[in-house]
Write a protein that binds this ligand. Structure first.
Ligand code: ZN
Length: 343
């Protein structure tokens, strides 16, 4: 058997036997959009078949509010997304579980259910009302990404590329209050989409570990959405993990390398491993192509969705990674982080 075929088979086997985690997916945006058009059992019918194929055990779904609903409808949109998840669980309860603690995740895995953790991708839904963070905690939200790629009451997000804009800030005083509240409620912090000034503010004002759920290495692909080597070292010192993002524009420059593939994403894993160690790498694919089927635009994801999730693992095995290292990347490292954060 050829080495590539052998690694592909080994990767699929490893995904079946180990915990597999995706730290970032806009699942509920898709679910709500489709339910509003009359669909039901969206997760069960549209997502679970390919997720099962990948051996996925845990997905962190963002609460993401698109620009057209910000600011006035952001709160309603987030609540509707959570409501939609509850309806989906009513309809497919033997297959899905909303998890608030790590033991919820373990129970879900035992029962063969997909574990879902909720995380803000931008705190627009709480506007400037810190009390609402507690309400969302009660609703089951455990992760907090302070910003998306825009400004909100907490701080400035980073754009994907340079824009014509005025001077940026980091975190606001409200953003610092949100950090304090995250620590006191026992939520976890996600720095993906934060700009460099905000990242520094996190180091200065927040003591705990944090993740970058879907960000790659800026030294390999020069977009502000990726982390610099200094950022990566700081994140590692805090015990954090970076989720590898499959979005091609954050992986490699197509004009230089041709079609961007899992091989290019594996270069980012290699880089982080060399810089701080393999225990700081995970998956945060942020798959988007499946939401853009009718948009007519070209492909966005360098890995073609959950049914090809093991492509990256296979590439790592080709490069000589051990089964244990592959298991850490596919979920072990993020599990370590969430277990501690969601005690
Ligand atoms: Zn994002």
């Amino acid at each position: 058997m050829k080495k590539r075929d052998e690694c592909t088979e080994r990767a699929v086997r490893l995904h079946d036997f180990n915990l597999v985690v995706d730290a970032h997916f806009d699942l509920l945006m898709d679910v709500l959009d489709k339910r509003e058009k009359g669909r039901r059992r969206v997760i069960e019918e549209d997502h679970l078949p390919s997720m099962k194929k990948a051996g996925l055990d845990l997905v962190v779904s963002s609460l993401f509010v698109s620009d057209s609903f910000v600011p006035d409808m952001a709160l309603r949109r987030a609540l509707d997304q959570i409501g939609a998840l509850h309806r989906e669980i009513d309809e497919s309860g033997d297959k899905l579980a909303l998890c608030r603690t790590w033991s919820d995740v373990e129970l879900a895995k035992e029962q063969g259910k997909l574990a879902v953790i909720l995380s803000f991708e931008g705190v627009e839904p709480i506007s400037n009302d810190i009390g609402l963070l507690r309400i969302f905690y009660e609703l089951g939200v455990r992760g907090v990404g302070l910003v998306w790629s825009r400004r909100n009451y907490a701080g400035d997000g980073c754009f994907f590329s340079e824009r014509r804009e005025g001077r940026k800030g980091g975190l606001t005083d409200f953003g610092v209050k949100v950090l304090d509240e995250i620590a006191s409620l026992g939520m976890f912090l996600d720095v993906s989409h934060l700009n460099d000034e905000g990242f520094q503010d996190v180091l200065d004002f927040y003591d705990g570990p944090f993740i970058a759920s879907h960000s790659n290495c800026r030294s390999l692909m020069g977009t502000m959405r990726n982390l610099t080597d200094d950022h990566i070292m700081s994140l590692a010192q805090r015990g954090g993990v970076m989720g590898m993002n499959s979005c091609s524009t954050f992986v490699a420059d197509e004009a230089k390398v041709g079609p961007v593939t899992a091989k290019h994403l594996a270069d980012h894993v290699d880089h982080i491993k060399k810089l701080v160690g393999i225990e700081h790498v995970g998956f945060g694919f942020d798959f988007c192509d499946m939401f853009r089927v009718n948009s007519g635009s070209s492909s966005y994801d360098c890995i073609s969705g959950y049914s090809h999730l093991s492509d990256l693992t296979a590439e790592l095995l080709m490069r000589g990674y051990s089964d244990d290292e592959a298991a850490m990347v596919m979920g072990g490292n993020l599990a370590r982080f969430y277990r501690e954060a969601l005690k």
